[in-house]
Design a protein around this ligand. Structure first.
Ligand code: AMP
Length: 205
């Protein structure tokens, strides 16, 4: 199977993290979670961590400049080229999506699919209050969800306009949701590539 370059989108608390691990296990892709990269930078008290800590605790977004640099650097590692990637938490803004497109273009690569894990607002709020991460105060949760609507929802249009967006119902058991995601990846990557190559052959006749 050829390597896949995928993005997973969804509100915080949508189950993105869990589903990302299942997807990476099934498809052999490298899980690149920008939230995890930032949390480990904070834990190491690196320069990046010191810059990011307060921003993360308040529920705001780290600047596009920092995030784009971090992801561009991560793409220099050979594992992504060899195994494919699932980006989780990036892009979060249209500016980040444009940067991702340039990073991939520079490598002669394309994105294969953007999976939008769809879970209603009231359900994600309850889930986030139930987990007890340090940055999950009610204020930070509200702030992050508000920001998601404002900054990240336009991304859905961005991916739709490139014919990459596939929404999956994220309500259900982990297994049920994963089965829906796998079906969507199967329907919209290998199959669409095959039909694209058939179209090309037909066009060449
Ligand atoms: P996450 O684990 O994806 O929910 O990310 C945790 C926090 O890290 C977010 O609330 C942001 O403060 C920061 N963060 C993670 N990814 C990004 C990104 N792509 N752009 C800006 N901030 C980010």
């Amino acid at each position: 199977m050829s390597t896949l370059k995928m993005v997973i989108l969804g509100r915080q608390g949508s189950g993105k993290g869990t589903q990302s691990l299942l997807i990476c296990e099934a498809y052999g892709a490298i899980h690149v979670s920008t939230g995890e990269m930032l949390r480990s930078a904070v834990a190491q008290a690196s320069t990046l961590g010191l810059q990011a800590q307060q921003i993360m605790e308040s529920g705001s977004l780290v600047s596009d400049e920092i995030m784009n640099g971090l992801v561009a650097e991560r793409f220099n590692h050979r594992d992504i080229t060899e195994h494919g990637v699932l980006l989780d938490g990036f892009p979060r803004t249209v500016a980040q999506a444009n940067a991702l497109e340039s990073i991939l273009e520079g490598r002669g690569q394309d994105l294969d699919i953007a999976i939008n894990l769809d879970v209603p607002l009231d359900i994600v709020t309850d889930r986030m209050l139930a987990r007890s991460r340090k940055d999950d105060t009610p204020e930070a949760i509200k702030r992050r969800l508000d920001l998601y609507e404002k900054e990240t929802e336009p991304l859905l249009d961005w991916f739709t306009s490139r014919n990459l967006l596939h929404s999956v119902d994220g309500v259900g058991s982990e297994t049920e949701v994963f089965a829906r995601i796998s079906a969507s990846i199967a329907d919209n990557t290998e199959a669409s590539r095959l039909s694209a190559s058939v179209d090309t052959r037909e066009a060449q006749r």
